[in-house]
Structure formats: structure tokens, C-alpha cells
Design a protein around this ligand. Structure first.
Ligand code: SF4
Ligand code: SF4
Length: 166
């Protein structure tokens, strides 16, 4: 009997509070600045050229081997990125690929609406990843500062980066 009264007490208290319902997908909650969504590729904002230099480090460090890149010969006789594939069905959003990239060409986006109806939809190409990454700042830079409520304190990587840049 006491438990029922307690339960009604909770209900009555909640009735007086403002509604917290977010009408997704029309309204989306703001994501934490360092939220790790789909990895994406960044391009030079002035030239539109992909920043990736096809070094292959991200593919090597990826724990689930979901990154694949095809390197082609450039016109200057050097090597450049041909195609870049992300198999998102295997990605565990760990962010290691973004941390290891020497030129900040791959970054964790805030994209989380990733459901698809067939397996082919889980494969992202260079163009698709560049479209997603085109509007993004570096993910670790966006997360450092007092305005960030989730991960306010700089991480080991932030400290490493600050030291490396001095
Ligand atoms: S986030 Fe992790 S699992 Fe996903 S591609 Fe990058 S390294 Fe691989
Ligand atoms: S995204 Fe970065 S780490 Fe990966 S191949 Fe390109 S330059 Fe290298």
C-alpha cells in the first residue's frame, strides 16, 4: 500500500514540472562538441581538395579494419588518394583514426542517423565522407573549453597536441 502511495507521489510531483519531450526528428538535441559520430573526411576550404595524403595510418590503426584506401599516382609523379572507403557497419566510433592522422584529414563528425535498409548503404565513399566532413571543425579543438559540459578537461591527447605545437 505504501509503495502505491509513493508511486502516486512521484506522478503528482512530475505533473507540476515542465515537459522535457523533444520531438525528434523535427527537433534534435544539441550534441556534445566531442561526440563521436561517423568518421568523415575534411577538405581544404579554399581549394576544396581533400586534405588526405594517403599515408594509410588511419587504416593501420583502425581496430576493426573498416577503412580502405586506394592510392594512385599523381600527375607530379607522387602518390595521391584515389578512393577512400569506410565500412560503417564495422566502425566502433573509437576515434583512433582521427587521432592518428598527421594532417587532420579525417575527423569524427556529429552524424548519428546512420540506419539503412540494405548493407550497401553502410559503405561510404570518399565523396560522401567529404560531404559530411566539409562543415566540421577539428573534433578535439571543438571540445576543449569551459563551454563544453561533457568533457571539459583537456585529454591526454589535447596536452600532447598543445606541447607538440609549441
Ligand atoms: S572510428 Fe575507430 S573503428 Fe571507426 S574507422 Fe576510425 S579507427 Fe576504425
Ligand atoms: S585520412 Fe589521414 S591518416 Fe588516413 S590516409 Fe589520409 S592522411 Fe593518412
Amino acid at each position: 500500500m505504501f509503495d502505491e502511495v509513493k508511486g502516486f507521489g512521484v506522478t503528482i510531483r512530475r505533473l507540476a514540472r515542465p515537459t522535457l519531450t523533444t520531438e525528434y526528428p523535427e527537433v534534435k538535441r544539441p550534441m556534445a562538441p566531442r561526440f563521436r559520430g561517423l568518421p568523415s573526411l575534411r577538405a581544404d576550404p579554399e581549394t576544396g581538395e581533400a586534405l588526405c595524403v594517403a599515408c594509410g595510418l588511419c587504416a593501420r590503426i583502425c581496430p576493426t579494419s573498416c577503412l580502405e584506401m586506394h592510392v594512385v599516382a599523381s600527375q607530379e609523379g607522387d602518390r595521391e588518394l584515389g578512393e577512400f572507403i569506410l565500412r560503417s557497419g564495422r566502425c566502433m566510433f573509437c576515434g583512433l583514426c582521427a587521432q592518428v592522422c598527421p594532417v587532420d584529414a579525417i575527423t569524427m563528425s556529429q552524424e548519428y542517423e546512420l540506419s539503412v535498409t540494405d548493407r550497401d548503404g553502410l559503405i561510404y565513399t570518399k565523396t560522401e565522407l567529404a560531404t559530411i566532413g566539409g562543415q566540421l571543425a577539428n573534433w578535439w579543438e571543438s571540445g576543449v573549453g569551459p563551454e563544453n559540459q561533457q568533457t571539459n578537461a583537456p585529454s591526454d591527447y589535447d596536452r600532447f597536441r598543445e606541447g607538440a605545437l609549441k
